[in-house]
Design a protein around this ligand. Structure first.
Ligand code: SAM
Length: 193
């Protein structure tokens, strides 16, 4: 999360010309006034991310459980930015954790909630084989994922795509070929306007 967010900020702020932001700030064309909120459930990760943050005016990290953002951290951040929604939400390697902890319905609610907060989603679903390893690791450490046995969605790429298409009014605009050792697909969805 740390490196990804920092690199994303560098890329967007130097390479993209975001017309609306340029207009809002009055900065010269080609300089995107990009603001990024990076969230994670793990407070240790957030402290590390804050320590490594080279762009403190534009990149903010917050410890949030996306599934129960009781302090409304995300909507408060948007309000501070004078925005009602994000330009883009990135969900890398997180769907499995939401799914294992909150079940099929939780994953669906997560995707719907993401779709309400943005027009564009970049998402990297973990495939089913990763679930088995995560459950094994959890068992070895003495814990368990009680919802695992009841999960019906197991073709994660198509299941997630179906939710975006059928429940969120989004269309898939790109599907990256797995080109890393990870072998994971990155999917891009856009709100149908
Ligand atoms: C495999 S890591 C991926 C981290 C990061 N997205 C990346 O690509 O480097 C999964 C992360 O999801 C976080 N996570 C799991 N459930 C979450 C939730 N409900 N809300 C926020 N973060 C969550 C975990 O704390 C963990 O750091």
């Amino acid at each position: 999360m740390i490196n990804l967010t920092q690199e994303l900020y560098k890329f967007v702020s130097t390479n993209l010309s975001v017309t609306s932001s340029v207009e809002r700030t009055g900065k010269g064309k080609g300089v995107a006034d990009c603001h990024i909120l990076g969230i994670d459930l793990d407070p240790v990760l957030i402290v590390r991310a804050e320590e490594a943050n080279k762009f403190t005016s534009n990149v903010t990290y917050k410890c949030v459980n996306y599934m129960s953002d009781s302090e409304n951290t995300i909507s408060l951040y948007l309000k501070q930015q004078n925005r009602n929604y994000f330009d883009c939400i990135f969900c890398f390697s997180v769907t499995m954790w939401i799914h294992l902890n909150y079940g099929d319905e939780g994953l669906k609610q997560f995707l719907i909630s993401v779709s309400v907060q943005t027009n564009l989603v970049v998402i990297e679903p973990q495939p089913w084989k990763c679930y088995r390893s995560a459950v094994r690791r959890m068992k070895r450490s003495g814990g368990n994922f009680p919802k695992f046995g009841n999960l019906k969605m197991r073709e994660l790429v198509s299941d997630i795509e179906n939710i975006f298409l059928n429940e969120c009014n989004f269309i898939r605009i790109e599907k990256g070929n797995p080109s890393t050792d990870w072998g994971r697909q990155i999917l891009f969805f856009k709100k149908v306007s």
